[in-house]
Design a binder for this molecule. Structure first.
Ligand code: UDP
Length: 325
């Protein structure tokens, strides 16, 4: 079986590649343009016989068609992600997220190749009606607040996937990721946990945005990868959108305190107004928590948050990196 992972050099994509290597006999094609993916993420994979790394862009129709045509299944994880990046590079981000997905779905529909499409809890927007179920209404801000361009693009991606399923019988499963975290995630695009861990290890102030009472439901990447694989390989999930997350929210204040404790850091915790952190039009979901009943009904399990395990994995990785330098 030949499996294509777009965004295979990325944070989740590289963990999925590890999983496929360990748990299946697949030959694995990894497509990445390394715009946000890191070469280090796949350095341990490129020498494996069963892995081939292709440097290319998902917006390049020819490359995508060629790879999808030679694959038996596709995990489409390539996307421009991270609030900071979306706000800084809205046009490029939207093109990657819209054109890339259409290229993958269109090529897969030729032979009915099964696809997993990575989507995001960002789609629920500013709704405060937690926990969020897949069939809930979405509440997004104005188009002038650039952050929402990501939710809009991913919503079109989802609608496209469902349309390909209905009109072309494409076996496609959509997973909405909720704040997936773990080793290899970079803080470069604003992700909170790697940012806090790096600040704490450097004894620099932890930058909590807003008043820190906002919540997020963090999910270990190992659980997210397993759910991703199972959704693609479970026919009942085809044509469905399913939340992937752990239903246990944490406030950002509590997260910052725990990071300081676990790193034995001397860092202070500071609060930074949103307009200073991003820009004046910035808007932010106050709460985010998945309803996992559909995931549970489809796969028979759902991830649970063990925040300390997540933080310890990341702290260990960052500490080892410093020792190795
Ligand atoms: N955040 C923070 N300090 C940072 C980076 C992020 O307080 O240095 C907050 C951010 O405002 C949000 C939460 O942490 O409330 C999660 O942010 P992230 O960008 O990781 O993911 P999001 O849920 O916003 O997509």
């Amino acid at each position: 079986m030949q499996t294509l992972v777009t965004g295979g050099g990325g944070f989740i994509g590289s963990h999925l590649a590890d999983f496929l290597l360990d748990e299946t006999g697949d030959s694995i094609l990894l497509l990445d343009d390394f715009s946000t993916g890191q070469r280090d993420n796949v350095a341990h994979l490129v020498d494996q016989d069963r892995v081939e790394l292709i440097e290319g862009d998902v917006t390049d129709d020819e490359t995508v068609t060629e790879l999808v045509t030679h694959s038996d299944r596709v995990f489409h994880l390539a996307a421009a992600v991270g609030v900071q990046r979306i706000v800084d590079q809205p046009l490029q981000s939207m093109r990657t997220n819209l054109v890339g997905t259409e290229n993958v779905l269109d090529a897969a529909a030729e032979d009915g190749t099964p696809v997993f499409l990575a989507s995001s809890s960002e789609l629920y927007g500013k709704s405060e009606d937690v926990p969020f179920a897949e069939s809930d209404d979405r509440i997004l801000g104005p188009t002038s607040a650039l952050r929402w361009s990501y939710a809009s693009a991913k919503a079109i991606d989802e609608s496209l996937a469902l349309a390909y399923h209905r009109d072309r019988d494409l076996p496609v499963a959509v997973g909405r990721y909720f704040n997936i975290v773990g080793p290899r995630q970079t803080g470069q695009y604003g992700m909170v946990i790697p940012t806090f861990v790096e600040q704490a290890l450097d004894d620099k102030p932890l930058t909590v945005y807003g008043d820190g009472t906002q919540t997020r439901s963090f999910t270990h990447v190992a659980d997210a990868v397993e759910a991703t694989y199972e959704l693609l390989t479970t026919p009942a999930a085809h044509g469905e959108v399913v939340n992937i997350g752990a239903p246990e929210p944490t406030t950002i204040n509590a997260l910052a305190e725990r990071v300081v404790e676990l790193t034995n850091s001397n860092s202070e915790i500071t609060h930074v107004p949103y307009e200073e952190a991003y820009d004046e039009d910035f808007e932010e979901p106050q709460q985010r928590e998945p309803d996992v009943s559909k995931l549970e009904a489809t796969l028979g399990w759902h991830p649970s948050t063990d925040l300390d395990r997540i933080l310890e994995d990341i702290i260990d990785e960052r500490t080892e990196a410093v020792v190795a330098e």
